[in-house]
Design a protein around this ligand. Structure first.
Ligand SMILES: [Mg+2]
Length: 161
């Protein structure tokens, strides 16, 4: 099994929106933790907030699909982001991804799945036939060493462009 993200970027705010529009993309499904928010914080960086506002002003539909199981935290994130959040998504399983598509009224081919984890975020997007964007985790330096090693291994599944 190989994962081949449609796009690999270091930072979500550098995603080329014109390129996505040219590819027929009309919406975004985002991972939450380490993709748009530092994990467990509920804090949204100003530059990311501004970018999310820009996206919606450009007409892109947005939704967050998180494997996080903490309902309180996900509700807080939903308020802070002002974007619907589906928690307990069990990515790479597809059922909640399908629910997300229904909620934003788009087909899989019309959305970009954006996340920092190849084996959950990119895999589910790829299985669904969505455009997939792998981003660098927001917080790398604070991760424990073992976790870093696991992430390194996970990246081995990714075939570069
Ligand atoms: Mg994540």
């Amino acid at each position: 099994m190989f994962l081949k993200p449609s796009l690999i970027v270091q930072d979500i705010t550098t995603i080329d929106l014109a390129l996505l529009k040219a590819n027929g993309i009309k919406g975004f499904i985002f991972d939450l933790d380490n993709t748009i928010m530092a994990p467990h914080t509920g804090a949204l960086e100003q530059r990311i907030e501004s970018w999310l506002v820009l996206l919606q002003a450009e007409g892109f539909k947005c939704l967050v699909l998180s494997n996080n199981k903490k309902a309180d935290y996900c509700q807080l994130a939903e308020k802070v982001l002002n974007i619907p959040v589906i928690s307990h998504a069990a990515k790479p399983r597809r059922s909640q991804f399908r629910k997300a598509l229904q909620m934003i009224g788009l087909s899989a081919r019309e959305v970009a799945m954006v996340g920092d984890r190849p084996l959950t975020d990119i895999w589910v997007g790829q299985r669904m036939g969505a455009f997939t964007i792998l981003v660098d985790p927001l917080i790398k330096h604070q991760e424990r060493r073992l976790y870093k090693v696991l992430r390194g291994l996970e990246r081995l599944f990714v075939k570069g462009g």
